[in-house]
Design a protein around this ligand. Sequence first.
Ligand SMILES: [Zn+2]
Length: 285
Amino acid sequence: MPCPPFKEWSCKLPELPEVETIRRELEPLIRGKTFAEPTLHMPSTIAYPSPEEFTAGLEGRTVKALARRGKYLFIDLDLGILTVHLRMTGNLLFSETGMPGENRFLRVTLPFIDGTALHYSDMRRFGRLWLTADQQELEQVVLKKVGPDILNDVSLAEFLELLGKRQKAKLKALLLDQNFVAGMGNIYTDECLYRCGLHPERAAGTLDRDKGEELYQAIQDVLADGIKYGGTTFRDYRNASGALGEFQEKLGVYGRKDDLCSCGTPIEKKVVAGRGTYYCPNCQK
Ligand SMILES: [Zn+2]
């Protein structure tokens, strides 16, 4: 039997560019499709409402569009919004035949009435799904502590204003804080601080306006590059039509301890804000 046609987005610690890549690739595959009755292999994957309400509420709903804020993926329905957060090891798989293939960590199956299906699997079990009635409920239930999307919803002026309110915060901790701005994770934070020559432990309040602007631009550039190259952390696709994320080949510091920076200094690694952080001690002040 030939291998069934799959498209699988398998990432480790997805950040904004990985979720945006999934959004762009998944949307044309499921737009206009209507959900049949879901199967919850692990009901605790459903964060809201109850598993029973989730199942009853999703069946019969049609996909209108896919949206994103930070690392949250939204599937807008004709009635309600299905939200997915992949957390550490969450994995989405679209299957033309409806079958998930060999999948040890299958948590939720979301079939469509045309026989295709979307499968959610998760080795570490931290990822969650929510079904909310409308935008207002989504904001209250899911996004209460999630800041604006750093790529789409924060202007330079707004970024500088937000930065000004967090004078004492270390840049690395601040950019990872999804309450401050949403979307940055460990890899893209290290890369953007490297690009604009800022030390990860530097306090936000020590940046003048020009340096704040440089930081903003570096964030926008590094995220745009991440999306352009299809993300960093995708491990594999099962479909030949899916290209492996290529951004890992473009990384300046992340994962490159002891490699030489272009200035000739070995890249260092230390723990900042609880996360392994890569930087050039010569270029980043
Ligand atoms: Zn350097």
